[in-house]
Write a protein that binds this ligand. Structure first.
Ligand SMILES: Nc1ncnc2c1ncn2[C@@H]1O[C@H](COP(=O)(O)OP(=O)(O)OP(=O)(O)O)[C@@H](O)[C@H]1O
Ligand SMILES: [Mg+2]
Length: 148
């Protein structure tokens, strides 16, 4: 079993990456879909208890938010693998403006999450960490380790 944590501002590509790489094997834990922290936490606890691999598909932009998930997983010796998505504000705003309906959020929301972004590091307790860039409609993944 493994926990995958996606990290990146809105429209950085997290959910698309989940669909492409993990949908067939990992359960998706997403705050927008589940609505409340209580429901997200309870689904996560279920995954830990049942040894079900899952992906935490939230922005996870701060160390404090990441630490809650990492601490629970590590208490059960379950590895957490982080994927940080290139998070350029201008790119995210542009992609967000192209979105339709509820998927489109206020520019201020994107800017706020960008302003509070803290880059992840292995020291937070990740088993491994990767950098993901969306280039020419393809996800490029490389180890993050050498940035730490
Ligand atoms: N493979 C791809 N090729 C081209 N564009 C893509 C691809 N995947 C994602 N995008 C673009 O990136 C945008 C954001 O993708 P996605 O919804 O996966 O981001 P997100 O990080 O999950 O955002 P949020 O945090 O708001 O849920 C899409 O609306 C689309 O414009
Ligand atoms: Mg998403």
């Amino acid at each position: 079993m493994e926990i995958i944590m996606l990290i990146g501002i809105p429209a950085s590509g997290k959910s698309s990456f989940y669909q492409e790489r993990f949908a067939a094997s990992h359960l998706r834990i997403n705050r927008d879909m589940l609505k409340t922290q209580a429901r997200t936490s309870s689904l996560f606890e279920w995954c830990l208890a049942r040894k079900q691999s899952c992906v935490i598909d939230n922005t996870n932009t701060t160390r404090a938010v990441r630490s809650r998930w990492i601490t629970s997983a590590r208490e059960k010796d379950i590895p957490v693998i982080g994927f940080f998505f290139e998070s350029k504000l201008e790119v995210a705003l542009e992609r967000n403006r192209e979105r339709e309906g509820a998927a489109r959020i206020r520019d201020a929301g994107v800017s706020y999450l960008h302003s509070q972004l803290q880059l992840p590091s292995l020291g937070e307790g990740f088993f491994s960490l990767f950098f993901v860039r969306l280039a020419d409609s393809r996800f490029e993944v490389e180890p993050w380790n050498h940035f730490c």
